[in-house]
Design a binder for this molecule. Structure first.
Ligand SMILES: [Zn+2]
Ligand SMILES: [Zn+2]
Length: 280
């Protein structure tokens, strides 16, 4: 319990610092003195605020563990009901998450803090259709990039052992496993997440909406539960994988390489459905 309190306090501190930065970014003073165009560094300036979501991940894990103990009815949505995360698994994930933040995310945040230019906001928000289309476009592009990366890191043994095996220490994912990745994977994923909105020439609000949606579905993929409101159930025609399909990837690592959608795995013959185990 003490360890939980310490990690939550650290996460809260990081989140508060970056909420403050976000307020600075969107303040009227910043808008009035800023140039009228967006640059790469403007997009990079948002990355530290993603840490707010890391705090949410910690809270979500506590909530799910509470649900497991107090609401057995909810437990029937657990994809692998006999496999619950142990204290040592949670400590391992927290350790890796802190290591990644101390040696990668924090130095990157400090560098951006020092070099970030004033960030202007466009006068007009994007149209709803443009925003939704931009988020879906970014998810589709990332889906292809990560599918290729993921396939290679499973097919080439050296790549798997050196970089990706750390994410497969758990055959039954839980939320903290989302962040249980090596430095190379974290940098690659962060690079694409930042670069894609620029490639697609998205409005900065669309870019931010994509980053939030991207983190949400990444965490959902690893939550270990297939709730009725899972994205894979809400999106029709089985075009979206969701937590059930990614859970199968952790059980059978040569299947379901795409992080979000299912079309690439179906085209390359690596798609696998899951069989839901009912709890009596
Ligand atoms: Zn995973
Ligand atoms: Zn994998």
């Amino acid at each position: 319990m003490f360890w939980w309190r310490i990690t939550e306090l650290i996460s809260l501190f990081i989140a508060l610092v970056h909420i403050n930065r976000l307020i600075e970014i969107i303040s009227p003073h910043q808008q009035s003195t800023a140039p009228s165009h967006l640059t790469l560094r403007h997009y990079l300036s948002f990355i530290p605020n993603i840490n707010i979501l890391h705090f949410c991940i910690f809270r979500l894990n506590v909530m799910i563990k509470t649900i497991q103990r107090k609401w057995p009815a909810v437990h029937r949505y657990k994809i692998q009901p006999c496999k619950l995360p142990t204290a040592s698994m949670i400590r391992r994930c927290i350790g890796i998450t802190l290591r990644n933040h101390i040696f990668l995310v924090f130095p990157a945040a400090v560098a951006q803090w020092a070099w970030r230019p004033p960030v202007p906001l466009p006068e007009k928000a994007p149209m709803l259709l443009e925003l939704v289309g931009g988020v879906v476009g970014n998810l589709l592009l990332f889906d292809l990039q990560y599918f290729i990366w993921h396939l290679l890191h499973h097919k080439v043994r050296w790549l798997y052992v050196t970089f990706h095996a750390i994410h497969h220490e758990f055959s039954a994912p839980f939320v903290l496993a989302t962040q249980c990745i090596g430095g190379w994977e974290l940098v690659t994923v962060g690079f694409w997440t930042t670069l894609n909105p620029i490639l697609l020439r998205c409005h900065i609000l669309t870019a931010w909406a994509f980053m939030v949606a991207h983190v949400y579905v990444s965490v959902e993929d690893h939550c270990g539960y297939d709730f009725p409101w899972s994205s894979s159930r809400l999106i029709p025609f089985a075009i979206y994988g969701g937590p059930s399909k990614h859970d199968v990837h952790h059980q059978k690592p040569n299947t379901n390489f795409a992080p979000h959608f299912s079309h690439w795995d179906k085209m390359f013959g690596t798609h696998a459905d899951f069989s839901f185990v009912k709890v009596q």
